[in-house]
Design a protein around this ligand. Structure first.
Ligand SMILES: CC(=O)SCCNC(=O)CCNC(=O)[C@H](O)C(C)(C)COP(=O)(O)OP(=O)(O)OC[C@H]1O[C@@H](n2cnc3c(N)ncnc32)[C@H](O)[C@@H]1OP(=O)(O)O
Length: 534
């Protein structure tokens, strides 16, 4: 088989001109290609959201709600048409492919058919064993989410090029009173065309539609125990167009002034940063065992309100939770005394990557913004934070809040001066795309390195409308870093009802033991309690 990139004609019958004209197929943008690469090179696994609804729903209700969502947001049912399917995995790993630039990205298109059993993971043979284990643990834990469930879910792999299934699934967790209705779900998604914000939007849209649903049994297309949701040949006129890539709406091109800082930051991150004692990041993330220890911390709504009040009282009104939590984490990391090696003169700082929502840079027009409700539409800042600043005692409030203020100002500047997009921007420059193989460039950057500091994902606060017939009672977000060079993960999400859920991850081997990690998580909680004056 020749490994020359296929010409347009050779993509047929997967991609037709008709599909492209209808807006149901196009080539990936740079950001989509980046996330396709981290999946196809097995550098990242999944992110997931556990969601508890206030009432149970069945397959028919779900199918109808999903249909509405898929027709409006086809990103939910798109897949990548890879070169040489089904031998694409071998192709993208071949030396011949990895040794030359491949600047023309693959196509994406909407699925031909989607049934409810393509989405419900419990119904799929390849996931039977893991969904059964997760369900059993859920029942044993009195129908509650647990750290063990989080760790198991993080091992699930979802293909990005399956022409029969989307890039995400839901796990329906057992209910106490019914085997055909559920109120607890876990959305598991690869990162190719979805992110934390999409996942929260997913449950918002789902509950909005479920709340308005009436008598949905009548027009259900049932096939055995399955239900058809989308049949492309019948539905294509109703399906919205795929939006153009977000990289064509937002400029990721770095400003000249941001590049020197980016280079210096990278040198510091390479030479002078904290790295954990564990092994290097692997060449690919294929293990069936959990990568991390996970630990859930909850702050009630009252505690979150108090936290915000303290931040604003001690500083000023515009300071937000993110820099506060970051400062608490670093001070805890220092004071816990068993993580940083303070005798190592070469460890000056800890790296922290904060994922940001790039949608905020879209034009301020609701229709355009709505097109990007789903997708992997992220940016991120990746800073080097000096360890010497973390040495703050529990009573040193002034010193602590100065640090919060410093992080806050850094973040505010990063949204203005382009730091938020510089990492991706440099990677997406013509110079890199046209002259290097992106899969190899990204793979080399991720793999065979010591793990550094913190991957910080704050999906934020959602104002859940509790008067809706079907609404969210509890929501927890998590991801594990895969081959990304981080030891710790902080994953935040909040609503008024559930307060703030912080799911912490620590990479096994890089943190000493489960006991040590959990002890550190409790210490972190105490640090937050202290500085928030709870
Ligand atoms: C797999 C993945 O997709 S990983 C990526 C997931 N992460 C994302 O998608 C990032 C989305 N979040 C953002 O983009 C955020 O703006 C961040 C993280 C960059 C910065 O957050 P913040 O600095 O806290 O500022 P932001 O402007 O978003 O906050 C708005 C308000 O919500 C509050 N807030 C932010 N996070 C939370 C939270 N978890 N819980 C409660 N309130 C919160 C802030 O304190 C602020 O309150 P205020 O207006 O009373 O001051």
């Amino acid at each position: 088989m020749s490994l020359e990139a296929l010409s347009f004609d050779e993509y047929k019958p997967y991609i037709t001109e008709e599909l492209i004209e209808r807006g149901h197929a196009r080539r990936m943008g740079h950001l989509q290609d980046y996330f396709a690469i981290i999946q196809r090179q097995k550098l990242y696994n999944n992110f997931n959201i556990y969601c508890e609804l206030n009432e149970k729903v069945n397959k028919v209700q779900l199918s109808h709600a999903f249909r509405e969502m898929f027709l409006q947001y086809p990103a939910l049912i798109e897949y990548i048409v890879p070169k040489f399917y089904p031998k694409h995995e071998a192709y993208y790993r071949s030396e011949e492919y990895l040794s030359k630039p491949c600047p023309i990205h693959d196509y994406i298109r909407v699925l031909n058919e989607v049934n409810i059993n393509d989405i419900i993971m419990n119904e799929q043979d390849e996931y039977k064993s893991i969904t059964t284990k997760i369900s059993d643990i859920f029942v044993k834990n009195d129908y509650k989410f647990s750290n063990e469930i989080s760790e198991m879910v993080s091992t699930i792999k979802i293909a990005i090029c399956d022409p029969k299934k989307p890039n995400w699934r839901i796990i329906c967790l057992p209910s106490k009173t019914s085997s055909t209705e559920w109120k607890d779900f876990i959305l598991v998604s690869n990162h190719f065309d979805s992110d934390g914000t999409s996942a929260v939007n997913f449950f918002e849209d789902l509950t909005n539609i479920l709340s308005k649903q009436a008598n949905v049994e009548n027009d259900t297309i049932v096939i055995g125990n399955d239900i058809n949701i989308i049949n492309y040949s019948k539905d294509y006129k109703l399906i919205s167009k795929l939006p153009i890539p977000i990289t064509e709406r937002i400029s990721y091109t770095p400003t000249l002034s941001s590049i020197p800082k980016f280079i210096v930051g990278n040198i510091c991150k390479t030479k002078l940063q904290y790295t954990s004692d564990g092994g290097d990041t692997p060449a690919e993330f294929v293990s069936e065992d959990p990568l991390t220890y996970d630990y859930l911390i909850n702050f009630s709504s009252e505690e979150v309100a108090k936290m915000k009040k303290t931040i604003k009282n001690c500083l000023y009104n515009s300071v937000t939770l993110t820099p506060f939590i970051q400062a608490c984490f670093f001070v805890a990391m220092y004071k816990y005394n068993k993580i940083l090696n303070l005798n190592n003169w070469w460890q000056w700082g800890v790296d922290c990557a904060l994922a940001t929502n790039a949608r905020r840079l879209l034009p301020d027009d609701p229709e355009t913004r709505d097109l990007y409700r789903y997708g992997s539409n992220v940016g991120g800042t990746h800073y080097f934070n000096l360890i010497s600043q973390f040495n703050i005692n529990e009573f040193e409030y002034d010193k602590f809040f100065k640090l919060v203020d410093y992080y806050h100002k850094n973040y505010q500047n990063s949204y203005r001066n382009g730091d938020e997009l510089v990492g991706f921007g440099v990677l997406f420059s013509d110079l890199i795309i046209n002259n290097t193989n992106m899969d190899k460039t990204i793979k080399d950057d991720y793999t065979n390195h010591k793990r550094g500091g913190l991957l910080f994902s704050n999906v934020g606060y959602r104002n859940e409308d509790l008067t809706k017939k079907v609404h969210v009672n509890n929501i927890i977000f998590s991801q594990s870093p895969g081959c990304m060079k981080f030891t710790f993960g902080l994953n935040l999400i909040s609503t008024d009802k559930c307060g703030m859920n912080i799911l912490m991850n620590g990479v096994r081997g890089s943190v000493k033991s489960r006991e040590n990690f959990e002890d550190f998580c409790r210490f972190f909680r105490k640090t937050v309690e202290n500085f928030a004056k709870l």
